[in-house]
Design a protein around this ligand. Structure first.
Ligand code: NDP
Length: 249
């Protein structure tokens, strides 16, 4: 296959929710998109839905020691990587004092450490080409205090700091790094967190000036923009895509 002149993206967690919408957008723009997840069924369903530009890889991103082999697999197949979207993430809603060290660590490893390890391995291949694009998926939990999601909030706040630090170090070398901070978007994650907690859902929507939750495609459009040449002078930003939630009263 001729992939030399094609754009190649990796979307972690690309088999569902926001990641699937980003993958769909990229593929409609002709971008070869590798999706990474643990659930083989979800990955294959995405491949069936999106066709041959979608390349599923079954891999647990929290297994940090195996990240170099994951990225090698992509390089062996495509030769280069243009775009990385660090989207895979997990949440846990629990009272502060109920969270064990293991649970805290699991969320930090999945949402933060994997983003570092994957980015490091991908950047090694972007640097020689003086070109690349990384988008980290952050959260409103990094913009203001939310109760009962302590590990998640810690991980996403660290993502914002890492985005800025990576941007100042790597932008001079042709690699743009940005983050998207989604508001409340209708996916499996928010269904789990909000559907059994109508008060929390009311609060989330109540402080969203646009008055409703977002759709995964709202984030996908922003990701396509940030990864495109139209955003060529944008780096180091944390872009809220939230219906105004972050500035809501
Ligand atoms: P989903 O639960 O629908 O998707 C999460 C994805 O991450 C799944 O495809 C899952 O794949 C993948 N994933 C989780 N853990 C791992 C792992 N260890 N290895 C590989 N893949 C993994 O949630 P969303 O689409 O809602 O969330 C996507 C991102 O957006 C997350 O980072 C989340 O924090 C962020 N976000 C979401 C918001 C929302 O309102 N929905 C708001 C703010 C941020 P699999 O199950 O196959 O492992």
């Amino acid at each position: 296959m001729d992939t030399v002149n094609k754009r190649v993206a990796i979307v972690t967690g690309g088999g569902s929710g926001i990641g699937l919408a980003i993958t769909e957008k990229f593929i409609s723009g002709g971008i070869h998109t590798v999706i990474v997840g643990r659930d083989e069924k979800k990955l294959q369903a995405a491949r069936t839905q999106l066709g041959e530009l979608c390349y599923p890889i079954n891999h647990d991103v929290s297994d940090l020691a195996t990240i170099p082999s994951l990225i090698k697999k992509v390089i062996d197949k495509f030769g280069h990587i243009d775009i990385l979207v660090n989207n895979a993430g997990i949440n846990m809603k629990k009272d502060f004092i109920e969270i064990t060290d293991e649970e805290f660590q699991q969320i930090i490893t999945t949402n933060l450490c994997s983003v570092f390890s994957i980015s490091r391995e991908v950047v090694k291949h972007m640097l020689p080409r003086n070109s690349g694009n990384i988008i980290n998926i952050s959260s409103m939990a990094a913009q203001y205090g939310m109760p009962r999601v302590i590990a998640y909030s810690a991980s996403k706040t660290a993502i914002d700091g890492m985005t800025r630090a990576m941007a100042v170090e790597l932008s001079p070398k042709g690699i743009r790094i940005n983050a998207i901070a989604p508001g409340f978007i209708e996916t499996a994650m928010t269904a789990k967190a909000l559907n059994a907690d109508p008060e929390r859902k009311k609060k989330a929507v109540g402080r969203t000036p646009m008055g409703h939750m977002g759709q995964p495609m709202d984030i996908a459009d922003a990701a396509l923009f940030l990864s495109s040449d139209a955003a060529r002078y944008i780096t180091g930003v944390i872009l809220p895509v939230d219906g105004g939630n972050s500035i809501g009263f």
